[in-house]
Ligand binder design. Structure first.
Ligand code: NAD
Length: 386
C-alpha cells in the first residue's frame, strides 16, 4: 500500500499524512476546506524544520517527507490510492456520505479506513457497495508520536484485512492491536472516567480544573491532567466521543456526558485549537496556565488531592476490569493500549493489583452509597480479584 489518501487535514489528518510520508508512501491529502490543508501543511513545514534543526531528522528527510504529500482540491484525486484513511469531523452521516462518494472513484481493491474515535465501524461500512474492504484504523493524538493504533474490523470486514493492516502499521513503526467494534473500542471506552469523573468533580465545585490536573499528575504520575488533555484533544471531539459512547451503550449512566463540557462547546471554548478551553492559550494571557475566566469555579478545594486521584483511578481500573471480563481485549492489550495510546504511566490492571482491588472496590462502594447512582456500580469481576 504505497499510495495513501487522507481525507481531512485537521489535527489527525495531517499527523497521519506525516506518518505515511515518513514511511515512504505517496500521500494524497484532501479536505473539504482547502485552506485548512494549506494551513496544516504550513504548520507541518515548521514542525519538520524544527525536527531538522534539532538533528532529529536530516534536512533531506524533512524535505522528502514534505514533498511526499500532495494537497488535493477534489476527492476524486484520490482515485489511484491503495488505501484511504478518513479523518474528518466525528459525524456518522457526514462520514457515510464521504465514503459513498469516495467509492465511486477508487478501485474495488482500495482499502477504506476510518480514524473514527467512537462511531461503529459496522455502521459506517454497512452502507457501502463493498463493505468487506472497510476497517477502523484508529490513531492517537499526536499521530506521529503516539505508538498505538487500534485496528477494528467491523462485522462485515473481510477476515484477513485486520492482520494486513496490523502488518502495515508495524511497517510504519506503530504498535497496533486488534480491537472489537464496541463503542469507544478499547482506549476510548476505558478512558471515559478520566474525563467524566474529573468534570464531575469540577461541576460539584469540589476542586478547580487546575487542582484536579495537579492531583492526577502528582499522585498518579500522569503526564497531563484530564483538563489539559481535553484541551489538547479538542473539547468538541472529546464531547462527541462521550456522547456517542453513551448513546451506543444504550444510555448507560456510567458514561453520562457532562453539562459543563456541553457549555464549553456552546461557547466554542474548545481548547488549544481555539486558543481557549479549560486553560487560556492566547498570546495575551497573563500566566503560563491562566485559569479560564469563563469558568466560575470556587478556588477552594474541598477534597484532598489523594481523594481526587483515588476517585478517578478507581473508576478507570473498574473500566479496565470490565473490559477484561467482556473480552474486549486480552490483558496484555488492555495494558498496552492505555500506555501507548494515551500515555498512562502504568497499565490499569497492574495498577489495580498495586493499589489492591479490595481498596478500589471500597472507593466505588463509598461513592455508590453517597450518590446512589448506577454510575458507580462495580464490574462483577472486580470483587473477585485480589
Ligand atoms: N483529536 C483527537 O485527539 C483524535 C484522536 C483520534 C481520532 N480522532 C478522530 O479523527 C477524526 C478527525 O478529528 P480531528 O481532531 O482531526 O478533527 P479536526 O476538526 O481537527 O479536523 C477535521 C477536518 O475534517 C474536515 N472535514 C469536515 N467535513 C469534511 C468533509 N465532508 N469532507 C472532507 N473534509 C471534511 C474539516 O474541514 C477539518 O479540517 C474524528 O473522527 C475524530 O474522532 C481524533
Amino acid at each position: 500500500m504505497k499510495k495513501v489518501g487522507i481525507i481531512g487535514s485537521g489535527t489527525m489528518g495531517i499527523g497521519i499524512a506525516q506518518l505515511a510520508a515518513t514511511a515512504h508512501c505517496e500521500v494524497f491529502l484532501y479536505d473539504a476546506n482547502f485552506s485548512q490543508t494549506e494551513k496544516s501543511l504550513k504548520n507541518l513545514k515548521t514542525t519538520l524544520n524544527k525536527l531538522a534543526e534539532k538533528g532529529k531528522i536530516s534536512t533531506e528527510k524533512s524535505l522528502e517527507i514534505f514533498n511526499q504529500i500532495k494537497p488535493c482540491q477534489e476527492i476524486k484525486e484520490l482515485k489511484d490510492c491503495d488505501l484511504v484513511i478518513e479523518a474528518i469531523i466525528e459525524n456518522k452521516e457526514i462520514k457515510q456520505k464521504v465514503f459513498a462518494e469516495l467509492e465511486t472513484y477508487v478501485s474495488e481493491k482500495c482499502v477504506l479506513g476510518s480514524n473514527t474515535s467512537s462511531i461503529s465501524i459496522t455502521s459506517l461500512q454497512a452502507e457501502l457497495k463493498n463493505p468487506e474492504r472497510f476497517i477502523g484504523i484508529h490513531f492517537f493524538n499526536p499521530a506521529p508520536l503516539m505508538p498505538l493504533v487500534e485496528v477494528i474490523p467491523g462485522l462485515l470486514t473481510e477476515n484477513n484485512l485486520a492482520q494486513e493492516i496490523v502488518d502495515l502499521m508495524k511497517s510504519w513503526g506503530k504498535s497496533p492491536i486488534i480491537a472489537k467494534d464496541v463503542p469507544g473500542f478499547i482506549v476510548n471506552r476505558i478512558a471515559r472516567p478520566f474525563y467524566g469523573e474529573a468534570l464531575r468533580i469540577v461541576e460539584e465545585n469540589l476542586a478547580t480544573p487546575e487542582q484536579v490536573d495537579d492531583a492526577m499528575k502528582s499522585f498518579g504520575n500522569f503526564k497531563m491532567g484530564p483538563f489539559e488533555l481535553m484541551d489538547l484533544i479538542g473539547i468538541d471531539v472529546n464531547f462527541s466521543v462521550t456522547k456517542t459512547v453513551y448513546q451506543d451503550y444504550f444510555f448507560d449512566p456510567k458514561y453520562k456526558p457532562s453539562l459543563l463540557q456541553q457549555r464549553m462547546n456552546e461557547a466554542k471554548l474548545l481548547g488549544r485549537k481555539t486558543g481557549k478551553g479549560f486553560y487560556d492559550y492566547s498570546e495575551q494571557r497573563q500566566e503560563s496556565r491562566a485559569k479560564n475566566q469563563y469558568l466560575k469555579t470556587e478556588n477552594q478545594q474541598l477534597i484532598t488531592d489523594n481523594q481526587i486521584f483515588m476517585r478517578i483511578i478507581s473508576m478507570l481500573i473498574n473500566e479496565a476490569v470490565e473490559a477484561k471480563r467482556l473480552g474486549i481485549a486480552n490483558d496484555e492489550d488492555i495494558e498496552t493500549a492505555m500506555q501507548k495510546g494515551v500515555n498512562y504511566p502504568k497499565g490499569l490492571l497492574n495498577w489495580g493489583k498495586e493499589i489492591g482491588y479490595p481498596k478500589i472496590s471500597e472507593v466505588l462502594q463509598n461513592l455508590y452509597e453517597e450518590y446512589q447512582e448506577e454510575r458507580y456500580r462495580q464490574s462483577p469481576l472486580l470483587r473477585k480479584l485480589n
